[in-house]
Write a protein that binds this ligand. Structure first.
Ligand code: GLN
Length: 567
């Protein structure tokens, strides 16, 4: 990667040099390192710093795009088409920024780059090794992306939060830990703060807080040359003073730097909880920047956290998916629904329905089938999210049919638009075996087709990806009103198939209108059914750009319609 021009940031206000916060984790995965790192970003932002984020994933895949959501949770999509780890979604939502694919570093990317340089002869005469070539590449990469403007910001960042995926001690993460150890000397110790997230289990009848796992993980980290400045301890309950003191003593941190990250009612409390324990002051003193007296940003977070707590009246949305066993598989969709529910002032209940269970005789027990249908029928709105592969498709088609015929608000995202189209072709246009080329080889049935430009041989990064403009073609429709009557929308894509362009006129004549198409006017992007309270599908994924105070319009439409509000 190119070297960084530090002149562009020196002398900038309020810091004179890029500040780095490195977040590592120990004991277990899934401790909420991403939320901790994002919350630290919020605290830095509340101090007036422009903040960006880097996520390091020590796997060999180049990106998350080729991984099943069951493996690794949702694949998050960025404006530039990057298919990345879901933690980048946390950063975008918490910090209200837009990141690039280079903000997600993987072992695959780092090694590819080093091997490419070796072939070019950049290291001519040298033996290419993990130290220093891989570790230098990692540091150069971090420095380079940390200094990039994030979309929509008018200023380069002042601070960069770096989250190291996995747990310290994993074989895969060793080169990254070593690179970060060296990095403190490259950028200067006054410009870097190490935060380690650990677990404090609570055991026994009196709820004793156990410190040993944290002692061990800190010992391991220190053995690798990194001394944490702040220890964030995940626990069911708040840490008591005795635990704090003990951890301070055994882990070589001050007791003020032992932070309790106990369970809270919703994630918006996390930055507030950390602020109350003095994390802003700790960061400011370690990284040497001034703190403003008060922060409107933190007040806004507190207001939102309390608003979310106060919601009582329930609204039920049935989520008809195929990866429902792992809720992280649909993280951004879940977040977008939540954001919309805050806006309509309702407590969101997602009724997860595994789509195969809506298929009669699919192998699921009759009781499960019945229960799934009961759940679907009792919902205030139905959502069919994106997905790949044929399993459960007929169940999704049935859900789309039920919503259409019974005036139930429906939002179909990507695959959800495609199944609604298949259903409409089968049951309104009478095309008996209508299907998608993804699930059926018989060309005659294809109402959803493979897009011509997509590779048939390579799977990684070859879909239609990233942000693309969609002009509206219809003046008066619900979805356009939800988008404030904009001329066009810019949303993120991830798909290989599209509605068959040859059938569009026929489908539209029957009442399902494609109100937004791509810039060529050929490719269907947004559908809306006439004479229905809300029956909308988008070929793009609006969930990726939803924000807590700025819900994604198609999701807001679903929630409004589910509440009986006219759009
Ligand atoms: N599998 C479908 C396609 O590739 C839908 C993709 C999605 O829902 N993200 O077009």
């Amino acid at each position: 990667m190119a070297n960084v021009d530090m002149s562009s940031i020196s002398g900038s206000n309020p810091v004179d040099y890029m500040k780095y916060v490195v977040v590592t984790g120990g004991v277990l995965s899934g401790l909420g390192k991403g939320v901790t790192a994002s919350s630290i970003g919020v605290l830095l932002k509340s101090a007036g710093l422009h903040v960006t984020a880097v996520k390091i994933d020590p796997y060999l895949n180049s990106d998350a795009g080729t991984m099943s959501p069951f493996e690794h949770g949702e694949v998050f999509v960025l404006d530039d088409g990057g298919e990345v780890d879901l933690d980048l979604g946390n950063y975008e939502r918490f910090l209200d920024i837009a990141l690039s694919k280079d903000n997600n570093i993987t072992t695959g990317k780092v090694y590819s780059s080093v091997i490419e340089k070796e072939r070019r002869g950049d290291y001519l005469g040298k033996t290419v090794q993990v130290v220093p070539h891989i570790t230098d590449e990692i540091q150069d990469w971090i420095e380079n992306v940390a200094n990039r403007y994030s979309n929509g910001e008018n200023k380069p960042p002042d601070a960069c939060v770096i989250e190291l995926g996995g747990t310290v001690g994993d074989i895969e993460s060793a080169p990254f830990v070593e690179a970060l150890r060296q990095f403190q000397f490259r950028v200067g110790k006054e410009n870097i703060c190490f935060v380690h997230v650990s677990l404090v289990p609570v055991m026994g009848p009196v709820g004793e807080q156990k410190t040993k796992p944290t002692q061990h993980t800190v010992k391991e980290l220190r053995g690798l040359g990194i001394i944490p400045d702040i220890l964030v301890c995940r626990s069911e309950v708040a840490l008591v003073d005795e635990t704090r003191e003990k951890l301070a003593k055994f882990c070589h941190v001050s007791s003020e730097a032992v932070i309790s990250a106990h369970d809270v009612a919703n994630i918006y409390h996390v930055p507030i909880m950390m602020n109350r324990q003095g994390v802003r002051e700790l960061l400011a003193s370690k990284l040497n920047f001034d703190l403003p007296d008060n922060s409107k940003l933190l007040q806004d977070w507190e207001t939102m956290a309390n608003h979310v707590n106060s919601l009582e009246e329930e609204i039920h949305i049935a989520m008809v998916g195929k990866y429902t066993g792992l809720s992280d598989s649909y993280l951004s969709v879940t977040k977008a629904l939540q954001h919309a529910s805050y806006s309509v002032g309702k407590k969101l209940i997602i009724d997860w329905i595994e789509s195969v269970n809506l298929e009669e005789g699919s192998g699921s027990e009759y009781e499960v089938y019945q229960k799934s249908w009961d759940l679907l029928k009792s919902a205030d709105g139905i959502l069919v999210p994106g997905g790949f592969g044929g399993r459960g498709i007929e169940g999704k088609i049935s859900a789309a049919k039920y919503a259409r015929e019974n005036n139930i608000p429906y939002l179909g995202v990507c695959l959800g638009l495609q199944v609604a189209t298949i259903e409409f072709c089968r049951n309104v246009l009478g095309i008996r075996n209508a299907n998608s080329a993804e699930f059926d080889d018989n060309e005659e049935n294809h109402v959803v087709v493979f897009m011509p430009e997509i590779s048939k041989t390579h799977m990684g990064g070859t879909m239609r990806l990233g942000s693309k403009p969609t002009p509206f073609l219809v003046d008066d429709c619900k979805i356009r009103r939800l988008y404030n009557n904009e001329e066009y929308v810019n949303e993120r894509h991830r798909h290989r198939y599209e509605v068959n362009p040859e059938l569009i006129i026929k489908i539209e004549e029957a009442g399902l209108i494609y109100v937004g198409k791509d810039e060529t006017g050929q490719r269907c992007e947004i559908m809306e059914l006439r004479d229905h309270p809300y029956y909308v599908g988008t070929q793009y994924h609006p969930e990726f750009k939803s924000r807590p105070g700025r819900p994604s319009p198609p999701f807001l439409g679903l929630l409004k319609a589910a509440c009986g509000i006219d759009i």
